[in-house]
Design a protein around this ligand. Structure first.
Ligand code: PMP
Length: 384
């Protein structure tokens, strides 16, 4: 199978697997243990934390390991708002195209009596910073805007939004899960106070992620933890660290940092080759942009009259996604494609194709042929 579903997850880089194997067998001691073996594990964990910190332009003390972006997003939003009983009613601003781990977290806050503003986006999936500013209120506790969208690849104007939230004294959280792989992500340049990502979208392990929280924010208004216990991660996230996964994530970040810009260019070229090949075989409509302001490695497109779910099952030679894989169990149309104004038929015929580190040009071309053949085979025979 030609794997072109890198927005759902990425294959683990062999160098990461190797680092994890060594970590799991030789670095098994509890990194909180004060004996020599524990200290060794602690050192390895802290080395990985340092790698992540440098990668984000943050301090080591601002990096917290979580189980992934879902937990990071939950912790950022609930941690800042505070969900204890008797807490004052707070307000959160977010966008209609966020991942469900942000949107559903906000919905749970609403159920708890807090207020949430979900901002609309334009036809490209972009939120207007002026709308963010206009939505701020004295009781606004947090703004959460993603770096790049997992379905339509739109890059949000996070740095511009940060200028506005900063001026208003409101913390800004950014879900950078889809952006870290190909975009430069420096927390100071972006101006964010909190930022999340997951290991498995950058050729690292699943079940591990990062939450950045600026020390300025922690000092001013410490986050309320979701998990209480042994006080790990400076009391913000209790539980024995998944040492091997942390070390694997550190290795994945090292690999990423080494060649991100060149790789982003290579991926954009692969995508271009795929689309050019496809154009000669079957008509399609783009649902996402392929220029400035969009991730270079993915594209969302629709085949007219096609049922994408059916197509994915029939074209076994290629692994792509219809809508968002994170929601694939839900049969409702994608909330992102709906938010950018696509009609239901176009959503029904939509697929997301995402290229990755191990994709070759030959695979991109073969995938175009396999998908086109699948689309044409499914079309009803036209009679004169
Ligand atoms: N945010 C975004 C933008 C994502 O694409 C994903 C993964 N689909 C997540 C959050 C959740 O990541 P995880 O499943 O690793 O918790």
């Amino acid at each position: 199978t030609i794997y072109l579903d890198h927005q759902a997850t990425t294959p683990m880089d062999p160098a990461v697997a190797e680092a994890m194997h060594t970590a799991a067998t030789e670095c098994f001691a509890n990194p909180s243990s004060p004996h020599a073996a524990g200290i060794r594990a602690f050192r390895e964990v802290e080395r990985a934390r340092g790698t992540v910190a440098r990668f984000l332009g943050a301090a080591r003390s601002e990096i917290y390991f979580t189980s992934g972006a879902t937990e990071g997003n939950n912790l950022a939003v609930k941690g800042v708002v505070g969900t204890g009983s008797g807490a004052p009613v707070r307000h959160v601003v977010t966008t209609a195209v966020e991942h469900k781990s942000v949107l559903d977290t906000c919905r749970s806050l609403r159920a708890g009596g807090h207020e949430v503003t979900v901002l609309p986006v334009d036809a490209e999936g972009r939120v207007d910073p002026a709308r963010v500013a206009a939505a701020l209120r004295p009781e606004t506790a947090l703004v959460s805007v993603m770096l790049a969208n997992n379905e339509v690849s739109t890059i949000q104007p996070v740095a511009r939004i940060a200028e506005l939230t900063r001026a208003a004294g409101v913390p800004l959280h950014c879900d950078a899960t889809q952006g870290v792989g190909t975009l430069p992500v420096d927390v100071r340049e972006l101006g964010v106070d909190l930022l999340t990502f997951s290991g498995h979208k950058i050729y690292g392990p699943k079940g591990i992620g990062v939450l950045y929280v600026s020390n300025a924010l922690s000092d001013e208004a410490p986050l309320v933890p979701l998990l209480h216990g042994g006080g790990q991660e400076r009391g913000l996230r209790a539980g024995t660290l998944n040492t091997a996964a942390v070390i694997g994530l550190g290795r994945a970040v090292e690999l990423l940092a080494a060649g991100r810009e060149r790789e982003a260019g290579r991926l954009a070229a692969l995508r271009g080759r795929f689309l050019a090949e496809l154009a000669g075989l079957v008509p399609y409509t783009l649902n996402s942009g392929t220029g400035v302001g969009f991730l270079p490695q993915a594209v969302n497109l629709s085949f007219e009259g096609a049922d994408a779910q059916q197509l994915l099952l029939e074209v076994t030679a290629v692994a792509v996604s219809s809508g968002s894989a994170c929601n694939s169990s839900a049969q409702e149309p994608s909330h992102v494609l709906t938010a950018i104004g696509l009609p239901p038929e176009r959503i029904r015929g939509s697929i997301r194709v995402g290229f990755g580190r191990f994709t070759t040009e030959e695979q991109a071309v073969r995938a175009a042929h396999a998908l086109a053949a699948g689309v044409l085979a499914a079309q009803p025979v036209r009679t004169a």
